[in-house]
Design a protein around this ligand. Sequence first.
Ligand code: PLP
Length: 395
Amino acid sequence: MATIAIEGGSPVRATMLAYARQIIDDDDRRAVDEVLRGDWLTTGPMVKAFEEAISAYTTAPHAVAVNTGTAALHAAVWAAGIRADDEVIVPAISFVASANCVLYMGAKPVFADLSADTLNIDPEDIERKITSKTKAIIAVDFAGHPADHDAISAIAKKHGLVTISDAAHSLGGRYKGRKVGTLQDLTALSFHPVKQVTTGEGGMILTADETMSRRMRSFRHHGIDLDVHQRSKSQSWQYDVNTLGYNYRIPDINCALGLSQLSKLDRWLERREQIAQTYKTAFAQLPQLQLPTVRDDVSSAWHLYVIRLAPGRLTASRDKIFEALRAENIGVNVHYIPIPWLSHYASLGYTRGNWPVAEDAHSRMISLPMFPGMSDTDVHDVIAAVTKVVNHYSA
Ligand SMILES: *Cc1c(COP(=O)(O)O)cnc(C)c1O
């Protein structure tokens, strides 16, 4: 067996393979260049065009573009009417923005544990965490696999809660034949470079609720009531601010990029699926690994490919195996540290040990590279490195 790189052997590949990376082509560059030559750098026609394109793609009736996915979540919790001292149920493992948005409102994130198969928020634990203060549920489609949306909706209906889908990972995914973006009251998307399509930075909120969409348009623009300007034809300088908003506007430059990217999304989703299948076939030989599961009624957008190390089958810790894979020049990652473990959350009084599934999964998880621009050689390098390292540390 070849010596592993961390013990002095030669690495599987010469250069580091990232865990995720955008694809930018000539069409994207032309689209951005056209905006740069035009009149509108921001608040122009590309914003509307991008909103309409995402709305058409997802079949969500209303789409409001903003300048980050985090701003999209902030707008969503605001539109949901979350106020100080309300409680919002959030999965214990996600990117920190999924919970930070609740703190922005002065409200309290209440962390629910995960389902062991998908690592999505566990509907049974949601139900256990509901109190008289609970106002909303934020469900994250972890790694691109849609959460158990019907179960979540049923709980929300029973208790009169608003539902927010954090779909930063799952644009293009489906749940029981329905598209991500239509599954909950509000859906937040992110267009960060590691996500399904990128605008550099950007986000969007999708909803079927016309009133909420109009309020979020005002929220992203300082709380300015746009209708005043339209009503007052003689006094075009008129405007009013009737709520506290922010400047969360996204530039036309970004939206032109997003629009161009969107035309390639379906092809990229197919490539992600292909990579997932190749990994699945190759790693079926390795009982030391627990592979991601896909439930029968969903199609995953495969944002991440998260493996877990099988308990008792390896002689090295997750951290050691992580380091060994990095030494092979495979850019592995860990998604994510449980949010209540983070220092800011600890300072708010959250303590470890309350989310057994999430905390166990965290201790065993590694994200392997997964992005549509990976070549077949890249995919095989990952398989070779994982096989080499896992066999080396096999118990
Ligand atoms: C990326 C991400 C966000 C935030 O998106 P930004 O565009 O980076 O602000 C929110 N939630 C999840 C789950 C994410 O992965």
